[in-house]
Design a protein around this ligand. Structure first.
Ligand code: NAD
Ligand code: UDP
Length: 341
């Protein structure tokens, strides 16, 4: 029988690509999303890509009546909990909102799982828990670093609360996935990263500049201790990241251990300036930028060791940074065309 996977935040950037991969791999999928950072059209794009329509419930993961409905109507094998607020700068200004949505949301999901005997949860964590790592690459045993904003704190608190939850509830399993920097878009150009507000993240910002909605990019610092002075990150194509979730689903449905943690990245570091130049080269466009001051709280360099995910999940990213930047631009062009029609 087909397994039903509940994805919270399944219309968002990472969620939508994961839903596509799950449907293509033969899973049934239901989605809870309140559309606070996504668009309802994504649902029909998912159908266009896969030929299948996931079940959709519009609403907040903290709405217990909604959770009761979703968990009663579906025989859920596992939950992938993406839904959260994720804008670092906003979290500094609105910490209570971030703690409320990101922590209460997870507690509500865990309570519903407990009540309805759903035993498996995969959680969207982040490399932000490593802070500014002293030794690279980051393995899952790299010590938790200094976290410099409320968003990052919510990821760490969620990790702790899920750990305590599985410890206290026999038979529960959790996989914490620590994402590095997801970029890119589905090759169809139908789904990609489309934040509702002015983006903080590098590639969505680059896309706004490429679309001439913002006149230039500011590179936050070129005086770091790296070969070209700009910060280094591990940029992973969102389709590779999405596939990591399918592999984690396969794993969680068979594991004995209550808790596993995996890094999902590529294992390779790319600097901001390398990324900007790669974007220009693969898309044959200019991208005006200036060098600005450092952004407070930025790590100098962060990239993953993915040995554990490779060994235990069979995780093997297929796409390069260049592929991801091409797909991101293709998504932009397609959307620009769409909005003109
Ligand atoms: P996103 O904002 O594109 O997707 C999140 C989705 O959740 C959106 O569709 C939004 O409408 C929905 N949502 C938010 N709050 C909700 C609520 N209370 N109830 C129901 N739905 C809600 O973000 P994303 O980039 O796809 O990130 C998914 C997850 O991965 C998040 O937990 C994020 O913190 C984590 N993460 C993202 C990155 C990244 O760089 N994108 C890196 C590390 C971790
Ligand atoms: N960055 C930049 N200009 C921008 C946005 C980001 O130079 O307008 C840099 C940022 O300093 C960091 C890298 O790009 O070194 C990735 O930033 P992002 O916010 O995308 O991810 P994170 O810092 O969370 O890894």
């Amino acid at each position: 029988m087909k397994k039903m996977i509940l994805t919270t935040g399944g219309l968002g950037f990472i969620g939508s690509h994961t839903v596509v991969d799950l449907l293509n791999e033969g899973y049934d999928v239901c989605i809870i999303d309140n559309l606070s950072n996504s668009h309802i059209e994504v649902l029909s794009y998912i159908q266009q890509i896969t030929g299948k329509m996931p079940k959709f419930y519009q609403g907040d993961v903290r709405d217990n009546a909604l959770l009761e409905k979703v968990f009663s109507e579906n025989d859920i094998s596992a939950v992938i909990h993406f839904a959260a607020l994720k804008a670092v700068a906003e979290s500094v200004v609105k910490p209570l909102l971030y703690y409320e949505v990101n922590i209460d949301g997870t507690i509500a999901i865990l309570k519903a799982m407990q009540k309805h005997h759903v035993h498996n949860i995969i959680f969207s964590s982040s490399a932000t828990v490593y802070g500014d790592p002293k030794v690279l690459p980051c393995t899952e045993d790299t010590p938790i670093g200094e976290i410099k904003n409320p968003y990052g704190e919510t990821k760490l608190i969620n990790e702790m609360l899920i750990k305590d939850f599985v410890k206290a509830n026999e038979g529960m399993h959790a996989i914490l996935l620590r994402y590095f920097n997801p970029i890119g878009a589905h090759a169809s150009g139908l789904i990609g990263e489309d934040p509702k507000d002015i983006p903080n993240n590098l590639v969505p910002y680059i896309l706004r500049v490429a679309a001439k909605k913002i006149d230039h990019l500011t590179v936050f610092g070129d005086d770091y201790d790296t070969p070209d002075g700009s910060c280094i990150r591990d940029y992973i194509h969102v389709c590779d990241l999405a596939h990591g979730h399918v592999l984690a689903i396969k794993k969680i449905l068979t594991i004995e251990e209550p808790l596993k943690i995996y890094n999902l990245g590529t294992g390779k570091g790319t600097s901001v300036l390398e990324l900007v130049n790669a974007f220009k080269k693969v898309n044959h466009i200019d991208l005006p930028y200036v060098i600005g001051p450092r952004r407070a709280g930025d790590a100098t360099a962060s990239y993953a060791s993915i040995d554990l995910a490779q060994k235990e999940l069979g995780f093997a990213p297929k796409f390069s940074v260049e592929d991801a930047l091409k797909d991101a631009y293709h998504f932009l062009i397609k959307h620009e065309e769409g909005s003109k029609n």
